[in-house]
Design a protein around this ligand. Structure first.
Ligand code: FAD
Length: 298
């Protein structure tokens, strides 16, 4: 299929993994265990999220620099426009560059907890596109930005949101990672719209392996992702049955990535929620296996 040739020539799809900064020692151990388990799969990069109000700033920084400096992985911190003036945000970026970090996931950010409406910081970057321009003025970072197959909930309209995505890429971003979704058709229509709008950069599907369904429903409500009835039906009655739930979750995500692969998708971003098991299984099904030497070492 069109678009799949390059990946097939190189032998396998490209993957990246997203983590979040842990809050306590137990979560920290889970995170590093997951990083260790997933790193032999040779992701293009691993990214670390940034708290809605910048509250995780130092934790994001510590995790990212530790990944960059102590593993062979490429670490990509998320950075948002929320809660800080421009120079402060650009100083963070300069500091990352000094630590050898070359890839940033640039976002506007969500309103801090307890507030519902986004308000740009006075003297701050208003939107992600402004942050992308700012970062490019600091150094030639590789930049990933966010995209919304189901349209960002605050967007003035679908076309506006698409124009915004194009503006972020035209400002120097290299790829777009999508919000998670479960309707493959919706992603494919969005990819077509991007192509029709002249977007040439990769639109990388964000894959969310489902660990707990009620949690997923909450996340979906806040970010405007729809949860189809068939998906609710698959998880129905499994709230107290983690073993079956994990098997169903793996099956759902494997069906999703395989359907996308048949449509020429050759790059996937995984929202790991700091867990490795499902992501590892899905990658395995995609043919993404540890490099032999790394498997032996791990
Ligand atoms: P933007 O691209 O700036 O768009 C935000 C909204 O504003 C859109 O509706 C857009 O259409 C609209 N818009 C753009 N320009 C204008 C304008 N001039 N006038 C009016 N409206 C305009 N959040 C975090 O806090 N931390 C994270 O680490 C994080 N990681 C994420 C990773 C991924 C892959 C994704 C998909 C999302 C992530 N988010 C994160 C969530 C993200 O911050 C929110 O979805 C946020 O609401 C929008 O961010 P954005 O970068 O897409 O914003």
């Amino acid at each position: 299929r069109i678009g799949n040739g390059l990946a097939k020539l190189q032998g396998r799809p490209t993957v990246s993994f997203e983590f979040f900064p842990p809050k306590d020692e137990q979560m920290e151990k889970t995170l590093w265990d997951s990083i260790q388990r997933l790193s032999p799969l040779q992701p293009r990069f691993v990214s670390v999220t940034y708290g809605a109000d910048g509250s995780t700033r130092s934790r994001t920084h510590n995790i990212v620099t530790r990944i960059q400096e102590t593993t062979s992985l490429t670490a990509a911190p998320h950075l948002t426009c929320v809660g800080a003036p421009r120079e402060e945000i650009l100083d963070i970026a300069r500091n990352y560059w000094a630590h050898g970090i070359r890839h940033i996931v640039a976002l506007r950010g969500d309103p801090p907890q307890g507030t519902t409406k986004y308000v740009a910081h006075p003297g701050g970057f208003a939107y992600a596109v402004d942050l992308v321009r700012g970062l490019k003025s600091v150094a030639d970072f590789e930049i990933s930005v966010a995209a919304y197959p189901e349209v960002h909930p605050e967007a003035l309209g679908g076309q506006f949101d698409l124009d915004n995505l194009k503006a972020k890429l035209d400002a120097g971003a290299d790829r777009a990672i999508t919000q998670f979704f479960f309707d493959t058709g919706c992603f494919l229509r969005f990819r077509d719209q991007c192509a029709a709008a002249g977007i040439k950069a990769s639109i990388v599907p964000g894959i969310l392996p489902i660990t707990r369904f009620p949690q997923l429903q909450r996340m979906a409500r806040t970010c405007g992702a729809s949860v189809p009835d068939w998906l609710a039906d698959r998880f129905d009655g499994l709230d107290e049955d983690p073993d079956t739930r994990r098997l169903i979750a793996a099956a759902v995500a494997i069906e999703q990535v395989q359907a996308l692969e048949r449509e020429g998708v050759s790059e996937f971003h995984f929202y790991t929620l700091n867990r490795s098991e499902l992501t590892y299984a899905i990658c395995h099904a995609l043919g993404v296996r540890p490099a032999p030497s790394l498997a032996a070492a791990g």
